[in-house]
Design a protein around this ligand. Structure first.
Ligand SMILES: [Zn+2]
Length: 344
C-alpha cells in the first residue's frame, strides 16, 4: 500500500508526511499519514481528523486507534490521518488563514490553485481516491456540538445505488444513536461531496461533541469516536468481532431545513432544545451584543419542524452558527439488520 512516498508492505505500519503544497508562510501543510497494510487482502478504509483544523476529537480518537491496530490481523488497508488541515490546526482555525479556504469544500482540488486547492488536489488523488470508505471527523471547536452522523440522501431513495446502500450500513454500523441526511445542496459542499462519491468512495461525516472542555468532558466522545472505527472495520470484514453500540436503535432524521447564522455578529444563544417541535416564524436563537447585552436579532424558523442534533459556535463573528430542523425519517433496530458490506 503506497500513499505518495509512504509505503507499507503487507503486515506492516508506515508513517510519513505526504507532500501536498509549498507555502511561503513557514508552516508546512504536509499531511501526517499512517499507512497500515493488512497481512491479508481486503478493502481500504481512510479515517481523517481535523480537516477543520480546530476540531480535534477525531484526531484524539485516531491517535488512540493506531496504537492498538495490528496490521498482522488486518484484512485490507487502513490509512489514518490525524490532522488533514495542519495550517488550520497550528493556527487554531477551522479553515486556513493563508488563503481563507476550506479544504473540505474543494475536492477534487486544483494543482494550480492556492495552497488549500493544492492540498485538496494531492490529498484527493493520493488518499481519498484509494478508499472504499472514508470516515471524516468533525466536532465543535470552541463549544461542543451534539453527536451525530451526517450522510448524503440517496438520489432516488426508492432505488438506492450499491454505494448508497453500503454507505447507509456503515453509518448504522458506526454506532451512534442519531444520524441525519441532508438535502444535496446543504452546506454548499455538494461538488466536493459529489467528487468523493464519483470516485466510488462511501463517505460519511461525524459531528462529535468537542469544545475546549474536551479533556474533562470529552472522554466518552473520544472513546465512541474510536469505537466507531472498529465497528466500521467489522462491517467491512477487515477484522472479526461483535459490534458495540450504546443501544440497538438508531434514529435517522431527514434534516431538510438548515438555518444559517444570523446576519449580525454577537453571542449566539440557542433557545430551542433537541427534539422540540417548533413552528415557522418562531425564534430558534437570539444574538446578543457581547458587551452591552442588547439583543441584536433573532434566528427565525423558516419552516415547521423538530429540532434535530446540531451545533453552534458561541461567537457568530465569522463562525458557523446553525440550527437544523427536520423530521424523524426512520428508526432502525440494528440488531435486526445485516450491517456487513462487501466491496468488489
Ligand atoms: Zn467541521
Amino acid at each position: 500500500m503506497r500513499i505518495g512516498n509512504i509505503e507499507a508492505r503487507p503486515g506492516s505500519h508506515a508513517f510519513g508526511y505526504l507532500e501536498v503544497a509549498k507555502g511561503r508562510s513557514g508552516i508546512s501543510p504536509d499531511i501526517p499519514v499512517h499507512v497500515f497494510a493488512g497481512a491479508q487482502p481486503g478493502p481500504t478504509l481512510v479515517v481523517q481528523g481535523a480537516i477543520h483544523g480546530a476540531e480535534i476529537i477525531g484526531t484524539m480518537a485516531i491517535l488512540n486507534f493506531i496504537k492498538k491496530l495490528d496490521p498482522n490481523t488486518l484484512r485490507g488497508n487502513v490509512v489514518a490521518v490525524p490532522v488533514v488541515n495542519r495550517i488550520g490546526f497550528e493556527l487554531q482555525d477551522r479553515g486556513s488563514k493563508l488563503d481563507g479556504k476550506d479544504i473540505s469544500r474543494l475536492f477534487p482540488g486544483n494543482a494550480k490553485g492556492s495552497v488549500s486547492d493544492q492540498i485538496a488536489y494531492v490529498y484527493f488523488n493520493e488518499v481519498i481516491k484509494k478508499a472504499n470508505a472514508l470516515i471524516d471527523y468533525h466536532a465543535g471547536a470552541q463549544t461542543a456540538y451534539e453527536r451525530y452522523v451526517l450522510f448524503t440522501i440517496e438520489k432516488d431513495p426508492k432505488n438506492p445505488t450499491e454505494l448508497e446502500k453500503r454507505r447507509k450500513k456503515l453509518v448504522l454500523a458506526f454506532g451512534l444513536d442519531s444520524a441525519g441526511f441532508f438535502p444535496p445542496d446543504a452546506f454548499g459542499a455538494n461538488k466536493a461531496k459529489e467528487a468523493i462519491e464519483d470516485a466510488g468512495v462511501c463517505a460519511f461525516t461525524l459531528e462529535f461533541g468537542g469544545g475546549t472542555g474536551w479533556v474533562a468532558n470529552g472522554d466518552q466522545n473520544v472513546r465512541d469516536a474510536e469505537r466507531g472505527i472498529w465497528n466500521v472495520m467489522k462491517a467491512m470484514k477487515m477484522i472479526d468481532g461483535a459490534f458495540e453500540f450504546d443501544q440497538p436503535e438508531c434514529t435517522i432524521y431527514n434534516a431538510n431545513v438548515i438555518l444559517w447564522k444570523p446576519s449580525v455578529d454577537g453571542v449566539f444563544i440557542r433557545e430551542r432544545r433537541f427534539g422540540e417541535f417548533v413552528k415557522k416564524g418562531e425564534n430558534y436563537a437570539r444574538v446578543q451584543d457581547p458587551y452591552t447585552g442588547k439583543v441584536l436579532g433573532h434566528l427565525v424558523n423558516t419552516a415547521d419542524g423538530t429540532v434535530i442534533p446540531s451545533g453552534q459556535e458561541w461567537p457568530t463573528m465569522g463562525y458557523t452558527s446553525i440550527g437544523i430542523l427536520g423530521q424523524i425519517a426512520e428508526k432502525v433496530d440494528r440488531s435486526k439488520v445485516d450491517l456487513t458490506v462487501t466491496f468488489d
